[in-house]
Write a protein that binds this ligand. Structure first.
Ligand SMILES: *Cc1c(COP(=O)(O)O)cnc(C)c1O
Length: 306
């Protein structure tokens, strides 16, 4: 993401709008480029940046919007692209959690001017170690990235600029290109698992399920539910041999590293609510119907006695 931002050649202190609810990496890239992250709250049903709140944050220093397709749910790209074109803002998609997801007929990572994803092993398309790619249709930006990630060089021993080493390992690339052929199949399987959970759990009053929308296909990086009794439910499921996670227990802007931004949490009621209530249920290709039903039954059992 840092290379994407460097490619835009902005001025120090320029403002970049990011979702308040995201993994800290989105904020870090902005800060490491000398820019100022300005958080916007997110939608409660799909967890992605709220276009309304976003539009209220524009100043004369705003240059970029970074929609994050969090949990694998595509952000509302039509509204974001239209608004950004009007205000002359660059759009950079952070599709680290949504490789392969579709927004209308487009893949996430194909809509912004320059976009980044991650191949960290647990992501939608995971390598066997760290890795990532940048996507762009802009020739100048593509050339910049190719040089910058290779010590400033496109031609052996000829250095046009100061760069560094951020190449994708060849071995990772080879393995990823084999896994890539399965990506749509895996996303299809995860969509079936998600529908089964939704069907099994739709009657539980304390559980708010993720919204299935017609205009996108999520990659289901995780399967998030929102519930008041999150911590008790998590402990209970653990005793039944079911591991769950929380994404994320503390919003990025409340982390010690971002204290200096002096973000007022009162302005982010949805992000605060999600960090209090979110629980990630198991979802991965190969998780069987029986397993999904077992997990669902354990959740129903928990609510019978709680
Ligand atoms: C994983 C992740 C990143 C960073 O990925 P790296 O491979 O560590 O660079 C950035 N943004 C989001 C939303 C992520 O989930």
């Amino acid at each position: 993401m840092k290379i994407c931002l460097e490619a835009l050649n902005l001025n120090s202190g320029d403002e970049v709008i990011v979702p308040a609810h995201t993994f800290i990496a989105t904020f870090s890239a902005v800060i490491q480029t000398g820019l100022l992250p300005v958080p916007a709250d997110v939608n409660p049903d799909t967890f992605t940046i709220d276009p309304q709140h976003l539009s209220s944050l524009i100043t004369n220093r705003t240059r970029v919007v970074i929609p994050v397709h969090l949990y694998g749910f595509p952000a509302e790209m039509s509204q974001i692209m239209e608004f950004s074109a009007e205000k002359n803002l660059f759009v950079i998609e952070d599709f680290a959690q949504s490789t392969g997801a579709k927004y209308r007929n487009a893949r996430t990572g194909s809509l912004g001017i320059i976009n980044g994803t991650s191949f960290y092993p647990v992501k939608s398309l995971g390598a066997f170690g760290d890795g990532g790619i940048i996507t762009t249709n802009n020739k100048e930006m593509a050339d910049f990235c190719l040089k910058y990630r290779n010590y400033g060089s496109l031609e052996k021993y000829h250095f046009e600029m100061i760069g560094f080493n951020s190449r994708l390992d060849e071995l990772q690339a080879a393995m990823l290109s084999v896994k890539l052929r399965q990506l749509d199949k895996w996303i299809g399987e995860k969509n079936k698992i998600a529908r089964r959970y939704i069907d099994n759990l739709k009657e539980v009053p304390d559980i708010q399920l993720p919204a299935i929308k017609n205009h996108f296909i999520p990659s289901w990086h995780i399967f998030p539910v929102l519930c008041e009794k999150r911590d008790e439910l998590q402990t209970y499921l653990n005793t039944k041999g079911i591991e769950t996670l929380v994404h994320y227990p503390v919003p990025a802007y409340r982390q010690p590293a971002l204290k200096f931004l002096q973000v007022n949490k009162e302005n982010f009621p949805v992000t605060e609510m999600i960090s209090r209530k979110e629980l990630s249920l198991p979802i991965y290709p190969g998780l069987s119907d029986e397993e999904v039903d077992y997990i669902s039954e354990c959740i129903l059992d928990f609510y019978k006695s709680n």
